[in-house]
Each structure stands twice: as C-alpha cells, then as structure tokens.
Design a protein around this ligand. Structure first.
Ligand SMILES: CC(C)=CCC/C(C)=C/CC/C(C)=C/C=C/C(C)=C/C=C/C=C(C)/C=C/C=C(C)/C=C/C=C(C)/C=C/CC(C)(C)O
Ligand SMILES: C[S@@+](CC[C@H](N)C(=O)[O-])C[C@H]1O[C@@H](n2cnc3c(N)ncnc32)[C@H](O)[C@@H]1O
Length: 380
C-alpha cells in the first residue's frame, strides 16, 4: 500500500492550481517574467497573491511560536475578563515592555489579539475560542517536542532524527508504564478527545446499537459521551491494563458506570472481547503499522456478530487531494512518533475490506482537522 496514490492528480493540491512543469514552470521561475508580471495590470494581483502565500509558508513557524508564547504566558486566560494595557501585560507575564509590545503587535497581525479603544488589548473571537477548546492549550504546549523534532527537516524526512515524540506517548507501544504516567497521558488524550467525540457522534448514529465496545478507549471519554447521548447503550471499554482502570471514575461522574464494563488487555496479544454489536476504534489505527492494524481489524471481525458494526474515527490524509490538517500536521506528527502513520480513507477502507468487512458509510467530516469517520459492517 503506498501513501501517495500513483494516480494522484498533482495539480489538484491546494496552492498547486496549474500543475507547472517544463516550459511554464521555467517561465514563472524567470526573473524577467516575474518583473514583467509584477508590473502588468493583468497579472500583478496574481504575483502579489503567490508572493504572500510563499511568505506565509516560510513564516509559518514564527506564527506558531507567537501562538505558543501567548499560551505559555497564559494571555488568553488573563484577557478573558477584561482587556489590559501592554504595560499591565508586561508586568503580569514578566516580559520587558518593549518586547511585550512586539509580541502584542505580532499576535494582532495574526488575528489573535485586538487593540481596543483607549489602547487596551483584548482577545479576538479566535483567541477567545481557544480558551474553550478542551486540551488545546496543553496540545499547543506539547508542540515544543514536535518543533524540536522538525528542526532539521532534511534529517527528519530521511529518517535520521531521533525524535522525542517517539517516546512521548509510551503506551502506544503497549509498553511498561507506571500508573501515574498513564493517567497523565490519558488526561491529555481525553481532553483532546472531546471534539473528536462530538464530531464522531454527529456523523454516526448509535440509536440501533445495544452494546458498544470501544477498543483503545483510553480513560473512557468517548464512551462517556456516547452513553450520555444514548441512554439505552451498554458500554464496554478495552484498553491496556495500565490505562483501562482510569475509565472507572469518569464513568461514575458521567452516571454511566451501571451499564459499563472495563476490560484490561492488549489487542497485540489478547483476543478482542465479544458481546458487543458495535466496535469503535477512535484515534487508534494511526498509532500502528499496517501489520498491527491488519491483525487488529481481523480480531474485531472475529469479536463481532454477523451484521455487527465497526466505527473508525481519526484524522486522515486527504487521499487524492492532499489537505493541510491530515497531510501536513497529522502525517508529520505520526511520522515523528514512528509507530504508525496517518492513512487516507481509501487506505483504511482497503484494510477493513481485507479483514472481511463491507464499508457501509463514510460521512462527510464536519471538521477534517478534528476527525473523519468510516463505518463498516460484518456481512450478515
Ligand atoms: C458572540 C458574538 C459576538 C459572535 C458570534 C459569532 C459566532 C457564532 C462565533 C463562533 C465562535 C466560536 C464558538 C468558535 C469556535 C471555535 C472552535 C470550537 C475551534 C476549535 C478548534 C480546534 C482545534 C484547533 C483543534 C486542534 C486539535 C489538535 C491540534 C489535535 C491534536 C491531536 C493529536 C496530536 C493527537 C495525537 C494522538 C496520537 C498520539 C497520534 O495517537
Ligand atoms: C491515541 S489513544 C486514543 C484513546 C481514545 N480512543 C481517544 O481517542 O482519546 C490510543 C489508545 O490505544 C490504547 N492502546 C495502545 N496499544 C494498545 C494495545 N496493544 N491494546 C489495547 N489498547 C491499546 C492506548 O492505551 C490508548 O488509550
């Protein structure tokens, strides 16, 4: 299975509108043509737009660091109740005033802060939203690791970088983990799951499911959300023995403990428990190699009754049309993790079909940067 389909239409990727190679690429690269096009009434808007787009790409790492600085200084929280002057921010964040002014101006240019009347600085819609997205500030903070991993992109793509991200999520390997560490990782994972659960439950109707088994269900955040939305649903969670018990307090808080079962085990070595008519795999496949995923899907197939449903939800590649969230962020993230890879819908469909499933639905995602869903069925 290849990551880039042989028939991938190169010209359809974003920012690649014409498919340029040969004489037309050489023309656009020629300095004389560039000067002429910048001066011509007909073409100067295109020249400016392409230049701006290139500049945004080369400056993207500065944009991310401005966002990270706001999060590290906890500025969104500080500005939530009332705007502040640059002087007040300088004192509260312990940043010299002249440097705070530069940060505020940069964040304003990026649409993250806004100068109010009277010169005070306030949040924008975007930075106010940031505060309410569960786990997003923690995610942004942990990006310092990925940022270091990507510092030498040539070495990174050649596979020569000893990436730090490879040891950030130790449970991904199913390896040794002390319970406190497991709880901390599960917490970041559970917070970031909230929007994934929202979008999954928006795409997938569980009203006909009696018992849902969430394989790799972490600390139970998806099942708790599904159980709240579908009061008839019995819940089963299967995860590593170090991780699975962390679901109990969540199920109790959510009032679903009475209809839930928590099972510890490894899908590498143990069978998937039977008894459910639907199995969900939420952000599980992209942690693992094709061979592990093949074996896991075969075990899910065995565990389901005829007609049983398989629900897969995770960020995916754009497939024929590479897209920014899947093909840039999640593909690099999983590459740095080294255990698995982000896959396209077609690749996941093929793996499901190879395990014996038939694909029943692939709903259009609400927010592809959060997740994309695929439903399959074990034939009756
Ligand atoms: C009230 C007035 C004046 C106006 C109203 C106008 C109006 C309706 C405005 C709407 C404003 C609004 C409510 C905005 C909401 C915005 C939201 C909810 C934004 C959400 C953004 C979410 C983001 C950016 C999520 C990012 C997720 C990331 C980066 C997840 C990373 C996950 C990873 C790395 C997982 C790793 C798992 C592993 C290890 C690979 O297995
Ligand atoms: C990326 S997390 C996803 C957790 C949860 N589904 C979510 O989306 O937040 C992957 C989950 O798979 C679990 N996992 C990894 N290897 C496993 C294995 N061999 N057997 C069972 N669970 C495993 C991890 O412990 C973790 O909870």
């Amino acid at each position: 299975m290849t990551d880039v389909p042989a028939d991938m239409p190169v010209a359809r990727g974003r920012g690649n509108s014409g498919g340029f190679a040969g004489w037309n690429a050489r023309l656009i690269a020629s300095r004389r043509f560039q000067k002429w096009a910048a001066g011509s009434f007909l073409t100067r808007r295109i020249v400016r737009r392409e230049g701006e787009a290139l500049f945004d790409l080369l400056a993207g790492f500065c944009h991310s660091q401005i966002l990270s600085a706001l999060v590290q200084f906890e500025m969104p929280g500080k500005l939530m109740n009332a705007p502040m002057t640059a002087e007040e921010l300088s004192v509260q964040c312990n940043v010299p005033l002249d440097r705070m002014v530069i940060l505020v101006r940069a964040a304003t240019a990026l649409g993250l802060l806004k100068r109010k009347r009277g010169g005070k600085i306030g949040l924008t819609r975007r930075s106010a939203a940031l505060v309410g997205v569960p786990g997003l500030q923690a995610m942004i903070r942990h990006h310092d690791i990925l940022y270091r991993d990507l510092a030498d992109p040539a070495a990174f793509f050649r596979g020569e970088t000893e990436t730090e991200l490879a040891s950030f999520w130790p449970y991904v390997f199913g390896g040794d983990m002390e319970p406190r560490a497991a709880a901390a990782y599960s917490d970041l994972m559970a917070q970031s799951l909230e929007l994934v659960a929202d979008d999954t439950l928006r795409s997938v109707d569980l009203s006909n499911v009696k018992t849902l088994l969430d394989v790799g269900g972490g600390s139970g955040a998806f099942l708790a959300a599904a159980g709240r939305e579908f009061p008839h649903l019995n819940l089963m969670l299967f995860d590593l023995p170090e991780v699975a018990p962390s679901a109990q307090p969540r199920f109790e808080r959510a009032g679903v403990a009475g209809r839930s079962t928590i099972l510890g085990g490894s899908f590498l070595n143990d069978p998937i428990p039977s008894g459910a008519d639907a199995i969900s795999l939420i952000r599980v496949l992209y942690d693992h190699s094709d061979s592990t995923v093949t074996a896991l899907l075969a075990k899910c197939f065995d565990a389901l009754p005829a007609g049983g449903r398989l629900i897969i939800s995770e960020p995916m590649l754009g497939g024929d049309v590479p897209e920014r969230a899947g093909d840039v962020y999640f593909a690099l993230y999983t590459l740095a993790m080294k255990t698995g890879k982000t896959r396209s819908l077609l690749e996941i469909k093929a793996l499901c079909e190879a395990a014996g499933f038939e694909i029943s639905a692939s709903p259009a995602p609400f927010r592809p940067f959060i997740t994309r869903c695929l439903e399959a069925r074990k034939r009756l």
